[in-house]
Structures are given as C-alpha cells and as structure tokens.
Design a protein around this ligand. Sequence first.
Ligand SMILES: *Cc1c(COP(=O)(O)O)cnc(C)c1O
Length: 483
Amino acid sequence: MLVFEKSRPGRGVSALPECDVEVLAVGEKDRRESELHLPEMAEVDLSRHYTELERKSHGVNDGFYPLGSCTMKYNPKINEQAASLEGFTGVHPLQPAETVQGCLKVMKETEDALCEITGMSRFTLQPAAGAHGEFTGLLLIKAYHLANGDTKRKKIIVPDSAHGTNPASAVMAGMEVINVDSTPDGLVDVDKLREVCDGNDEIAGLMLTNPNTAGLFDPNIKEITDIIHSCGGQCYYDGANLNAIMGWARPGDMGFDCVHLNLHKTFSTPHGGGGPGSGPVGCKEHLAKFMPGVRAEEKDGALDFAKAEESLGEMKSFYGNFLVVVRALTYIKMLGREGIPQASKNAVLNANYMMKKLSSKYDIAFNPAVCMHEFVMDIGRQAKETGVTAMDIAKGLLDNHIHPPTMYFPLTVHEALMAEPTETESKETLDQAIEVFLKLNEIAYSDPEQLHNAPVTTPVTRLDEVGAARHPVLKYDFEVSNE
Ligand SMILES: *Cc1c(COP(=O)(O)O)cnc(C)c1O
C-alpha cells in the first residue's frame, strides 16, 4: 500500500517552530493551481510504513547477495560514523580553503591512496558514478587527441564482454564504437585487435575491464595495451570492480592511461537504490592537465584548491559526492597496506571456492582453472534438458533468501548467472548458498514446474518482466486513484 493510500486528511507529524523571518508573498504567476498532494500520517504509522518497505527488500544486511560485477560487500559501520562527523557534514562548499583543511586533507589522502592502488599520477573525485567516470575518462582522451591536433581519432574499441555502460559512455562522448569479439576462452582476440588497429589513425583508444566480466584476467594485457599505443590510441581501464586485484596488480602497470573506480563497489560505500555513488577517475601525467574540477594541493605548508591548466571543466558541482569519499578513505585506512591485498585475496578465494563446489553440477562458462573475483555459470544445459532457465534458478534463490547473481550477462553467455561472493562472506554462508544452488539443480530435474512458479514466499511472486519494462508505471495518478 502506498503512503498516499494510507494518508488521512488532518493527520500529521509536523511540529514546526514559529517562523522567525520575514514572510514574503509569492506572486500570482508563481502559485500552484492545484492542491499540493502530501501524505498526512501520524508519526508511528509513517515509521511503520518505512519499516514495512525495508522488510520487503533484500540488502547485504539481510543475507547473501552474490550480484556479479556489483561487489555487494558489507559496508563497515565505522565508515558511516566517519561520514557523520560534524566537521564533514557542517561545511559549505564555498568555504575558503583555510577553514576546511580537514576536508582538503581527506581529498588529498584519498587521491594519493587511489594513485598508489592503481598506478596513476592524478585522480579527480568529481564523477558521481562508474558510468559518469567512464564519460569523464573518455573526454580526457578526446581532449588529449584534440590538443595534439589529432582530430580524426573518433573510434573506440570495446570488447563484446564489456559492461553495457562502456559503449553508452563512448557514444555520449561523441565516439564511434568498434566491437571486437572475444576468443572462445572469453579473452580479447589479440589477432583481431591487431587487424583493427594496424596503421589505423582513427583509433581514439580502447576500453577494457581486466579481469573481465567473466572473472578472467587477460594474460595478454601488456600486448593489448601496446597494440593500442602503437597505433596512437589511449587505453581506458574500467576499474568499477578492483576487488580481484587491489594490492596485487595495477592498471597503470598494465599499460592503461586512464581509469575509473567505483568507490561504491570496491571501497565499501553503500550502493543500490540510486546513490549517491562516486566514480573517481585517475590518469597518467600526460592527461593530468585536462582533469575536471579542483583538487587539493599543497601550497606554502597548507592545502589549497587547485585547477588543472587546461581543465575540461566541471563534471559535477564542487567536489563530487564528498561524504562517499570520506567513507572510502575510512575503509582504505582501516584496511591499510596489509588489509587491502588481503581483502582481494579473500574475494578471489571465495569465488574460487564457490566455483569449484558448484562445478560438480553447473557448467562454468569458459571453464577457467581459476577465476578472479567472480565467475559465470552457464545454465544452458539445464535449460535444454529440463526447461529450467537461468531466470528460474534466480527466482528459486529468492525463496531461499539469497539475492540472485547477475543474470543474462555477459551477453556472450546465453543462460548466464554471474556470481560474485566478495571477501566479506564466511565459509558457512558460502556453504549454505552452495547447498541451495545444488538443491535447485536437483529440483530442476525432479520438479521443474516448481521453479517455473518460483518465487512463492516473496511480497510479490513471478512478475511480468516484459510488461514491467515495456509499460512501466512510474507515477501515482491522483485523479484515477480518487475515483
Ligand atoms: C558497475 C559497473 C559500471 C557502472 O557503474 P555505475 O556506478 O553503475 O555507473 C561500469 N563497469 C563495470 C565493469 C561495472 O561493474
């Protein structure tokens, strides 16, 4: 039931103090023509309403959430504590630098840490999400080519295993996407790449995720970035998930010029439900002068705001989602130099443990000897033999209080379930989840109908997903509802 349907005229929770400033009349043309619809409820009913909504959803605090490529790790509560300190919440973005030295220090230390983790020389904290970071990085690459008088470079190479945001960001940045198919092993086809690049002076660059969305680390990565550089292109690293490599391998050392990170994945700040997120972008020295926004820089023994010489402008107002940055820095400092590689080590171990146990009954796409932070199950065989699809398995998981893995992605695997357990899950949780997966496989063969009808224990049962996508109902119609 919507909050508007629970509303009763005259009920309310407001106890506003008397107005202590001059009341200004709003001109006739600025007045509303119709009544403003606000729910009117008692505080207790409102509180129950939101608690009820919370119970209907599933988050990391409710149970296992192996949503591949999304890194749904646990977000330590101390991050929240740091982000709620008054020195961070009570400041104004236009305050002079000498009054916000602490905030500048957070920006500086975060930038330094991210540079060290990725092998970049500069970071901007402005972008508000991963896709926003991709867009920023591509604008940097574009600015670089234009500054070199290289106006023909408009083509960007994106492998078929890329996250959907990659080609979308490229098109937004005014580039033309060239798709390069993967090898049967799920890696970049180096020969095809060479064919596309050889002597091609229209290549702006390459966008790549490594390890890729199938959880595979490309052993040819140096060769790949060399091919791009030798035709004059730039290499962009999609580092939304650094969970497999942080503390072990650095995009900068792999030959990448530019990278974005999702603080709201790898660096344990909350995500889902629309943000706020943070997608900082790092680059090497030759791109630094185009960086957007301002950064914290040391000047005469204090920190000050500094703008890049040929900055491409503002990607977002002020300093990005600053409190997300505070959370991420807290996480980085809590883990420290030893904890960061340990976290990725455990993430990779957990993924491999699950993959090995599940491979007794489930086909693993590309069948890697070891995976990185995630792996992809291919439900194609079950679908053919029993009619039970990846979708049915996902729905069956819901009845077992497990959030399904990412489904039908990467597109190169038709019945894909992409699982990423993350480092924060215990062996017991993994064992329970493995048991559920194996049980669902059994049900697929003994009683497929049960899975076609799942879920049955959730607030809403099987949805018409096509209908929801094609005819979404996104707003509440007061006229219709009042009839
Ligand atoms: C999540 C993700 C993105 C996009 O990040 P948003 O913050 O959702 O925009 C891009 N690439 C990869 C590989 C991702 O996993």
